[in-house]
Design a protein around this ligand. Sequence first.
Ligand code: S3P
Length: 451
Amino acid sequence: MTAFVVQPARSCLHGTVTVPGDKSIGHRALLFSLLTQEPVRILGLGDGADNGRSAKAIAALGAQVSRQDQAVCVRGTGLAGMRAPSAALDCGNSGTTIRMLCGLLAGAPFATRLVGDESLSKRPMRRVIEPLCTMGARIDGPRDARGDVVPPLTVGPAAGPLTPIQYELPMASAQVKTALTLAALYTRGVSSLIEPGPSRDHTERMLGFLGAPVHSGVGADGRPCTTIDTLRWDGRLRGGDLEVPGDPSSAAFLVVAALLAGAQEVRIENVCINPTRTGFLDVLEAMGAAVEQQPRHGGAEPTADLVVRGAAPALKATEISGSLVVRSLDEIPILAVVAACAHGTTLVRQAEELRVKESDRIATTCAMLRAFGVSCEERPDGFAVEGSSGAPLGAGAQVDAAGDHRIAMAGAIAALRAAGPAHIGDADNVATSYPGFVDALAHLGAAIAKV
Ligand code: S3P
């Protein structure tokens, strides 16, 4: 099992790095290209194992996937041409792969089995299954102790043609929104999906680019509303080049490393700055940490170089709640590390969704901080972190990352501000999103080793 040993930072970090292509956008580029009539070239796809699961899944469903120089080329099957896979599709650790495949396969005339690793096999799937079944899909799997449905799942064959849906999502979730949007492409009529608050909109941007009749807007009451109107659509998706910018959720670890250790100049190139993803930059600003955004010429997604310079700033506590939680959802473990170094008590509220991520991230984030001697109170919908006011965190931390990539990386960054070395165990799954994490951090001057 992979572990990291990390030494406290002795000097400023310095250097220029790129991060892997955005994981969310990469999944969409792969899964949506299966549905196109024309070839797609995906540029900048990340090398994480999660995106690899989506690539294998579309190949098993009939896409031709090849590498040409830096691009991944996909020849899709179109909406109607998918073929039944010869074996179960293994989604590994990837919640995005399995939930989006539920929507993609909802109308298929064949059955597909979707399996995952130990963590994925505990994650709730009812949130996609229930609305998809009202559209006519047939999806089933075992129940867990909460009464939710968990993988392995069997999807299809659909009872008949799917019907459009008008649905209010109980939580802001781009995975659920995307699964339903994909299923809606198989219906004839108008579907509308209303969310309690805005979630990431990569699906709407990319499907729009490919020519799907998908529009995002705002409902009468101000809530975000995605509309899929297939009435005048010929059912064809075109191809073209899909550019995947750098992953802000991976960049966040390096940004925080540079802020906590201080930076001569740390530059992270070409990062996606879609506003649905940059909540962590707003939180950092509220805590007194400046991150410069130098805009680049983006495609469907805005991008920028993120630049950190100067001595570690004095940090102050903040509150993360409401739409800021959704805009910084995957960054909350690393923001908790910033909170641990700040002055005052930081509150994370209305973040119960963290309980059903790759681990129960309310519990695992608190446990990770406690390993550094940080006082942290777990609450049903979040936690409170008492900051050290800049004093070093505890030496000799033994962090159990619980198989969660983001807890492992957050623990490694916390170690930069500790009084002595830290050991981060159960870190293999860093490879699901950021296989080059250790090398990037070492390139910037941190003392980190895989053991
Ligand atoms: C994702 C959406 C979010 C996020 C996940 C990726 C996506 O999940 O936490 O890492 O690519 O759509 P939810 O949709 O469950 O909020």
